[in-house]
Write a protein that binds this ligand. Structure first.
Ligand code: NAD
Length: 532
């Protein structure tokens, strides 16, 4: 599989198939070598995976998947609906209630997760290229995502069976212990900005804890999940444990959140969708974890290592084209270095090579879809009308050879007031708002003055100040002298409207478990309560 096969197809196909939805992946590496992955390799592109097999969706409606670098249709995937969601729920329910999965020894579940990691590792390049084709991100970013997927499955494979129960003192003759059990059927609903990575963050801990799952990827970027499910077929996973439903949020995901047969919803996506999901989950009070949006402050003090701070300021907002929940979209800069910082940032942003993510030298890809493209451009206009000054960018970008792509100039707004909409609302694109501050107190006040609380960062050479700031910032993650370091071993999630619950680490594992106390009577005899 992989490149040898690609090369064979390539010889037969040639350049003419480049944009055909039948041959659904074609890439000219611009180095004379032409490689492609075709629908022939991804056989199940218009199917769903339910109860251990690829099945036709109930309706023959299809969703067109677009390459954001050129707006060409690269695949037509099944548009799953309520009927499909219900089939997947029934399969996952049966697999949980009657199947062997939750009775597997933890080492058996661990082996399956290790096998998944191995398969992703083996197919890393193909999956990365597919992710780039579908999402638009650069190959470097996609390869990084795949490394994250591999590490996540390995980490949770290692964790299987490790979190153990506790005992506590109970009045004699009682003895008590606390055990963790899987919750049951989990609906895993994910966004388009890190398609396979977000799937891994949910699938790995859910499976490690013994749950059964229904994965619903974003309808904008379903391809890597489809290919992933195809690739892992070689592993012996009991039917119904892992199901894949493709479709829109309304048609395929909402029925999962409303169903009384689903025990938990784990969601990553927009805050408004998260609120809707919480409401819809009330039917059976299912467990809900929400990883939502952000408007994270990246705070630069005058005593910071200037080069490092500037480097991370640019990385923090323009990596992944700014489509990162924890993007450092508000850059708070101490007044004494403000002008110098703005000048330095502009000189760096000018150098960013924007283009088709599948070209190795590209540093920033397009925005992922039309809806997002329009949204980002709207926000740029809102910023202008609010009186913020554009110091760089602010326009759609015409990229030679990819004229139809959803490209936007990396954009820097300066002299932004923190109560402007562009500083309060999540833009989710390559738009930085630079805001000056006077002192530590004002930095904390500005940092916390949004409805969000996902992440934040502080750049300073004063370690006590760094720690003070970290304690005062209301966010689930605070980076000190770095940005966007995601540790699989640590807790990930938000304060305020950035979400509820935590993913990753042991915290993420526990979020897929119920806690049970078992109380044992060591002196078995009647109480005679009603005989006295
Ligand atoms: P979105 O909320 O539009 O969609 C996310 C998923 O929810 C998709 O699979 C979609 O089909 C589904 N969905 C839509 N409506 C639904 C409904 N009524 N019921 C159930 N599911 C529904 O988000 P998006 O545009 O795909 O992603 C961008 C958002 O994701 C941003 O706000 C970003 O901050 C957030 N995000 C957060 C994190 C985090 O860890 N906190 C990580 C990545 C992305």
């Amino acid at each position: 599989m992989g490149f040898q096969r690609i090369a064979e197809v390539c010889e037969k196909g040639g350049d003419g198939v480049r944009d055909s939805p039948v041959f659904f992946f074609a890439k000219n590496r611009r180095d004379g070598e032409f490689s492609l992955i075709t629908a022939d390799l991804i056989k199940q592109v218009d199917k769903l995976f339910i109860n251990g097999e690829w099945v036709e969706a109930a309706s023959d409606k299809k969703i067109e998947v677009i390459n954001p670098a050129n707006r060409k249709v690269i695949a037509k995937v099944a548009a799953g609906n309520q009927e499909d969601a219900e089939r997947a729920i029934a399969a996952a329910r049966k697999a949980f209630d009657e199947g062997p999965w939750k009775e597997y020894h933890p080492s058996e579940r661990a082996q399956i997760l290790f096998d998944i990691a191995r398969i992703v590792q083996h197919n890393k390049e193909e999956l990365a290229q597919l992710e780039t084709l579908d999402n638009g991100k650069t190959l470097r970013e996609s390869r990084g995502d795949m490394d994250g997927v591999i590490r996540t499955f390995r980490y949770y494979a290692g964790l299987c069976g490790k979190p153990y129960g506790e005992t506590f003192e109970a009045d004699y003759p009682l003895s008590a212990k606390v055990v963790r059990e899987p919750i049951g059927v989990c609906a895993l609903i994910i966004p388009w900005n890190y398609p396979l990575l977000m799937a891994a963050w949910k699938l790995a801990p859910a499976l490690a804890a013994g749950n059964t799952c229904i994965l619903k990827p974003s309808e904008v970027t379903p391809l890597s999940a489809l290919r992933f499910f195809e690739l892992i077929q070689e592993i012996d996973i009991p039917a119904g444990v892992m199901n894949l439903v493709i479709g829109t949020g309304m048609d395929a995901a909402q029925p999962l959140t409303e169903s009384k047969q689903v025990d938990k919803v784990a969601f990553t996506g927009g805050t408004e969708t998260g609120k809707k999901i919480m409401m819809n989950s009330l039917s059976n009070l299912k467990k809900v974890s929400l990883e939502l949006g952000g408007k994270s402050p990246n705070i630069i003090f005058a005593d910071a290592d200037f080069e490092t701070a500037m480097d991370y300021a640019v990385f923090g907002i323009f990596n992944n084209t700014g489509q990162v929940c924890s993007a450092g979209s508000r850059l708070l800069v101490e007044k004494s270095v403000y002008d110098r910082a703005v000048e330095d940032i502009i000189s760096r942003v000018k150098q960013i090579r924007v283009g088709d993510g599948s070209i190795e030298t590209t540093q920033m890809g397009p925005v992922t879809g039309e809806k997002q493209y329009e949204k980002v451009l709207d926000y740029i206009n809102i910023g202008r009308s609010e009186g913020a000054r554009i110091a760089f960018g602010g326009n759609p970008l015409l990229v030679e050879g990819s004229e139809d792509g959803y490209f936007i100039e990396p954009t820097v707004f300066v002299d932004v007031l923190n109560d402007m909409r562009i500083a309060q609302e999540e833009i989710f694109g390559p738009v930085l708002c630079v805001i000056p501050f006077e002192n530590e107190r004002e930095a904390v006040q500005l940092a916390n003055a949004t409805p969000y609380g996902l992440a934040g960062a502080v750049f300073t050479s004063d370690s006590a100040k760094a720690e003070r700031m970290a304690r005062k910032i209301k966010a689930g993650t605070v980076w000190l002298n770095t940005y966007e370091e995601n540790l699989i071993e640590g807790p990930w999630g938000g304060y305020k409207q950035s979400g509820t619950g935590r993913e990753l680490g042991v915290y993420g594992y526990e979020a897929y478990t119920e806690i049970k106390q078992i109380i044992n009577n060591l002196d078995v005899q009647p109480t005679n309560w009603f005989n006295s």
